[in-house]
Design a protein around this ligand. Sequence first.
Ligand code: ISE
Length: 352
Amino acid sequence: MVALVSSQGRSGPAEEASVTVRVGVIGAGVMGADHVRILQESVSGAEVVAVSDVDPTRAAAAADLAGAMALTDGHLLIDQSDVDAVVIASPDDTHEDYVLACLAAGKPMLCEKPLATTTAGCRRIVETEAGIGRRLIQLGFMRRFDPGYVEMKRLLDAGDIGAPMMLHCVHRNAGSSPNLTSERVIISSAVHEFDVTRWLLGQEIIAATVHTGRSSSVAPAGAYDLQLVVLETSGGVVVEAEVFVNARYGYDVRSELVGETGTLTLVPPSPVTIRASGAVRQPIAMDWRDRFADAYRIELQSWVDGVVAGEVRGPTAWDGYAATAVADACIESLDRGGRALVAQEERPDFYA
Ligand code: ISE
């Protein structure tokens, strides 16, 4: 268990109800700054004490949201004695380095996906964490905390639709960054479908086939945007996911699970329907921070509570490894066409 500051300001072993987790956030881009805001405004038992970003202006702006210290070096942030736990929301290719540094410092962390950009990197991380013998890594697959997905899983597990047979997924973003590549559609976006599939069904993904056709006219040259990803699970469930990151009209994530005796349908929540001017309109979120606002808040609260209790209460480093292994198979299918097997190793007992 980490040494945390009690509500009286004394350092000592944590007791769940009376401590404040002092959090450092690495990366002050869109997600990092949002995590600072959520931690500060909506999460109990946490205080953001440091924010780092290579861009000092960005670091200062996000740090100001919490009255925290601004740094330009993530390693320096991890080394701060008053940082108990770390949120890693820096660019993807820096995750492995920061995760390993947090492990070396014995500090719990919430790492945005991906855990690392390669399966070899993910393996290095799971081996290191297993070697320490203490779970310190929670992966930022926030959908597992979304009330809609949680309800879907509850109904499936309760047997309400019988055995699952097929999962249909729609994953559309309003727009992508200008440096979009076909691989990024998989690594950054489709990866949520991989994790939701594994978690919802409690099955591993064993093979993947990616289909592409014509690309959106606003997608950067050479990037396939839209992709149809077909996955096969260890329990014989077929998953088809449409991933389209320049859909322009809004952020639209949907899911339908077909079971032997019923279906579960998850559509974007829309509290208000407008009937006016001869039309019915429903607002739609423009990005994932709106659509998954509850999920992010619940995820961060659960992470903080887990830090206090000395546990990981969400997706683990192993889940990060498994999602990256599926992404590798998808990229192999994209590159050479056809079906690719997922080369996933046996799960170590440590993650059972
Ligand atoms: C982004 O990084 C996310 O994590 C969103 O959930 C996803 O929908 C989006 O496509 C990604 O770029």
